[in-house]
Design a protein around this ligand. Structure first.
Ligand code: GTP
Ligand code: MG
Length: 195
């Protein structure tokens, strides 16, 4: 499969800073450093469309990208839950993201990213349940699968699904580094858009 044609639209701190939705939007959310921006670059087949860094907390704004000439949109979001962040920072993230998820009318589905090596954390679990309760479609994307032997993937998928209150078929295993999972992610997206 070929990558998506993706173009940067704009960044903002809140909904009011962004243009109104004109097509379905897929948002990428998850812990800091989990690989959201890297996944976006991988889906786009570009190296530096979204900024990637070893330092957690790299992405600080809501970043809107158009895909396939505006057929749908991708949204790269700031991460949550890194150790050094203060209680105030966490609360700030929660407030900002809550407003985004509740207020963004074009929001179509949310990709929650989970590092395949890590257990699902309470923040991930709560977010998944909260988004599903809002009536949003939730898909989990396991990142960095190059770090774990393939023989373990199935077992971890079952565990992650259970914790996130998802069916294992709602999880895709990826590696942006080794370029694994692009076709599954694209298939998942077009399946959702068609249904
Ligand atoms: P924040 O913007 O801080 O929330 O982080 P993020 O979720 O956008 O993560 P980012 O894409 O910046 O990646 C964080 C680190 O993980 C970088 O050092 C990436 O190179 C690394 N990384 C991302 N994807 C993969 C992957 O598939 N495999 C491996 N091995 N490393 C990866
Ligand atoms: Mg980022």
């Amino acid at each position: 499969k070929t990558p998506l044609r993706v173009e940067f639209v704009c960044s903002g701190l809140k909904n009011e800073d962004l243009p109104a939705s004109s097509a379905p939007e897929f948002a990428l959310v998850g812990r800091s450093n989990v690989g959201k921006s890297s996944l976006l670059n991988y889906l786009a087949g570009q190296k530096q469309l979204a900024r990637v860094s070893n330092t957690p907390g790299r992405t600080q704004t809501i970043n809107l990208f158009s895909a396939e000439k505006g057929e749908f949109f991708l949204v790269d979001l700031p991460g949550y839950g890194y150790a050094e962040s203060s209680h105030a920072t966490q609360a700030h993230w929660e407030k900002g993201m809550q407003a985004f998820f509740e207020g963004r009318e074009g929001l179509f589905a949310i990709f929650i990213l989970i590092d395949i090596r890590r257990e699902v954390q309470p923040e991930d679990e709560n977010l998944s349940r909260w988004l599903q309760n809002l009536g949003l479609k939730v898909i989990a994307i396991q990142t960095k699968c190059d770090k774990i032997h393939k023989s373990k993937w199935h077992e971890i998928r079952e565990l992650h699904a259970k914790k996130l209150a998802l069916h294992p078929s709602q999880i895709v295993t990826t590696s942006s580094d080794k370029k694994i999972g692009l076709s599954e992610v694209l298939k998942m997206m077009s399946g959702m858009l068609d249904s």
